[in-house]
Design a protein around this ligand. Structure first.
Ligand code: ZN
Length: 99
């Protein structure tokens, strides 16, 4: 039997700068009121849920962006590293991220 060479392509991980083990917002408790439809997710999220949604919207794998150079030529660029931007209000929530 012929053995097929199976070389797994090396998985490239996204490097995330600014990760924190215990950001302050994790101390918040979920205060979503599920007894009242008007206060229920996704109509309204409590601060705790809002912070987690922000965290979960952050990419975890390398991704591609289209960049346009000065000559107007479009080119795909793979982003392998991002940096987290956190709020400075004491909550340390993920305000955004950039590359
Ligand atoms: Zn909540």
């Amino acid at each position: 039997m012929m053995k097929l060479k199976s070389e797994k392509p090396k998985e490239i991980k996204l490097k995330i700068n600014g990760l924190m083990d215990n950001p302050n917002y994790e101390k918040l408790k979920c205060k979503c009121d599920t007894t009242d439809i008007e206060k229920m997710h996704p109509l309204k999220n409590c601060l705790s849920c809002y912070c987690n949604i922000a965290l979960n919207s952050m990419p975890r794998k390398p991704f591609q962006v289209i960049v346009i150079d000065r000559k107007g030529k479009k080119e795909a660029r793979t982003i392998n590293e991002i940096t987290i931007d956190r709020t400075d209000d004491g909550l340390q929530m993920v305000r955004g991220w950039y590359y």
